[in-house]
Each structure stands twice: as C-alpha cells, then as structure tokens.
Design a protein around this ligand. Structure first.
Ligand SMILES: [Zn+2]
Length: 261
C-alpha cells in the first residue's frame, strides 16, 4: 500500500481518512493510576496551500499566519511546550506535568517545518517534535540532512521516527514491520548522533505487533492519530493527539481546556 501519494506534484498523507483503529490495549500496567491531561497537537503541513480543491491536503494543512496566531495565543495563554519524549517521565510518574503543558508534533518532516515552523519556534522560544520518514530525507519537499542537523543543534526540536517509508504497519508482515520500526531508529541514531526516543505510526495504523516492536526497539513512547488529550501509562504506546486544523485559532485555548477525553 502506497503511503504518501503524489498528485499534482504534491505529497499528502491519507491518515485522516483511516477508519478508527483497533486500540485494544495490548499492555496491562501497574502504573494505571497515572492519568493526566496534556494536549499533543498534530500538525502536518504548515504552508499556504495553492489548490483549494485538494481537500485531502487542505485538511492536513494549516497556513503559516494561522499557525503563528495559534502559537502566539498559546504562549500568551501561558502554555509551555514539551518535547514528546519529555512525557516519558510523566507517564512513569517521575515528574508531574504542569497544568498548561502541551506538545507540538509535526508528522512526515516536510520542508515547511524548516522554512516556516522552525523560525517561529525560535521567535517564540517553543519546542516541537518532528516525525521524520527516514528514506524521505533530502527528497523534494522534505527536510534535508543538513536542515535536520540544524534543527537538532538548536535544542528546540526533537527528532522522532516515522519509519523508513511511511509504512502502513497494521497487519504488516512481521519482519517487514521490524525493519520499519527497529532498524529505522538505529539509522537515525547513527546518522545524526542522537537517541531517538519517540515514534509515530504512519497513518496512525498499528497493531499488537507494531506496539511490541516499538517497545523492543527501545522507544519510550509512541503517538497515534486517535483524538484525545488524557494520557496514562497504559497508553504509552498509543498516545492520542489533537488536530488543530479542526478548530478556529481564536477558539483554540477554549477548545483545548474543555477537551476531556
Ligand atoms: Zn505521516
């Protein structure tokens, strides 16, 4: 199954059209008391999109001015942005998340993360996590190796893994899934001299094998595309996220504050 399709020379991700995935928890946890709210926002493109008829891409796109407005409101509203990996200690109960904590995530590693998002992260002193597809590094429209290195050096960006090829992991043959989840992590670490602690399932598609492999790989946690903002140790490998594209930037804080699932 092709993951990112190219149409009119534009790439897009079809994750929003996936039916709800099976989130039967494959893990039982003794840390089940831990529950806290921390919105993990999920962005894809942050760009001025050209074709209003491309509804798929439009659904995954936030334009740069809107994004800056959102960021500004959040910062002025007292929100603090964590890296996704910072949630590890919260999920194990070692640290308490602050009340106005949040994680900004960007899937796929599009070049606009460097050209549009990164300057704004610096302007507002905000951290973010970007989920990079290893084999898309240096491809047209995606982050280059040099840009990724600069993001890492800034201290404002966590690089997370999004497989080698944007693989659809649900029902994937075991060895192939192993390659996509485990070997990709090692490649990132070797190439960039970092430890990759978090993983995002492409399309939000996963099954028990994928979850087990993510654990085996040594990721501390993994994010899905299922909507939600309440997290616990038992959902460490399928943390829910919120798509900011679904609400008006003016209502953003209000919507996030009311979010209770
Ligand atoms: Zn993706």
């Amino acid at each position: 199954m092709s993951s990112i399709r190219m149409e009119n020379n534009q790439y897009y991700d079809r994750s929003v059209f996936l039916p709800p995935i099976d989130i039967t928890p494959p893990v039982s946890s003794t840390e089940s008391q831990i529950k806290f709210k921390l919105p993990i926002l999920m962005y894809h493109y942050v760009e001025a999109y050209g074709d209003p008829k491309d509804v798929v891409r439009r659904g995954l796109t936030v334009n740069p001015e809107t994004f800056e407005q959102e960021l500004k409101r959040l910062v002025e509203g007292g929100y603090t942005m964590y890296f996704a990996k910072d949630m590890n200690d919260m999920l194990s109960g070692e640290t308490q998340p602050i009340a106005k904590g949040m994680v900004l995530t960007f899937d796929d590693g599009y070049e606009d993360f460097y050209t549009v998002v990164f300057p704004l992260l610096k302007k507002y002193h905000v951290k973010a996590t970007v989920y990079v597809i290893y084999n898309y590094i240096d491809r047209k429209g995606f982050l280059t190796e040099r840009e990724i290195q600069e993001l890492i050096n800034s201290g404002l960006v966590e690089i997370g893994c999004h497989t080698f090829d944007h693989a659809y992991l649900k029902n994937m043959q075991y060895e192939a899934a192993r390659h996509q989840i485990i070997e990709s992590k090692a490649k990132f670490e070797e190439r960039f001299g970092i430890v990759v602690e978090t993983f995002a399932y492409p399309f939000g598609a996963y099954d028990n094998n994928a979850v087990q492999l993510a654990k085996e790989a040594g990721y501390k946690l993994a994010v899905s595309v299922v909507p939600g903002a309440i997290h616990g140790a038992d959902s460490r490998f399928y943390l829910t996220r919120i798509r900011p594209g679904i609400f008006n930037p003016a209502d953003m804080i209000q919507v996030l504050e009311k979010y209770n699932k």
